[in-house]
Design a protein. Structure first.
Length: 169
């Protein structure tokens, strides 16, 4: 399999993880999706629905997404008992604060909360490639194309934000 290079960025994100008994243990996270507001708006505008009704429906949709996000977040905390703090992220791996004493070769499944509202979560299974008292780097062994794309997009957007912030400083 071809080894791809991905841009990496320093940042701070929260996440959750669980230890795996072996590298082939099935994943508990299969992804989930809330509605895509951009598609909803286009569909509603093309339906010849009055503007006031479109506004009402989009507000209701946002409120339902917030409720579902909260409920899903609670379930994820039960399935993934250990909180993590991500300090570096790329499409191939991530670095976390090593508050759990992870060792090289440890297999785990992790979730990264890319945004809280609307809830955007990327999940992956991987193994620790480097670990010291402060940080642990986890290389992704299994990650869906959709979750990798979410991460790559988040890295790109965050990199642009950081560049803009540096220019203004």
């Amino acid at each position: 399999m071809e080894k791809r290079e991905f841009a990496s960025i320093s940042l701070y994100l929260k996440g959750r993880m669980r230890l795996l008994t072996d590298k082939d243990e099935p994943s508990r996270f299969s992804g989930f999706g809330l509605s895509d507001s951009n598609l909803d708006v286009e569909e509603l505008k093309n339906s010849h629905t009055p503007e006031a009704m479109i506004s009402f429906l989009l507000n209701m949709n946002a409120k339902l997404d917030a409720i579902l996000s909260h409920l899903k977040h609670d379930q994820l905390e039960m399935d993934f008992p250990s909180p993590i703090e991500v300090t570096e992220l790329s499409g191939a791996d991530l670095t976390i604060k090593n508050t759990l004493g992870l060792k090289e070769g440890t297999y785990l499944e992790l979730l990264v909360f890319l945004s809280d509202f609307p809830l955007s979560v990327a999940g992956a299974c991987g193994h620790v490639t480097r670990a010291d008292d402060n940080t642990a780097t986890v290389e992704f062994d299994r990650i869906s194309a959709e979750d990798r794309e979410k991460i790559v997009h988040h890295v790109f957007v965050e990199e642009r934000r950081q560049i803009r912030t540096q220019r203004l400083a």
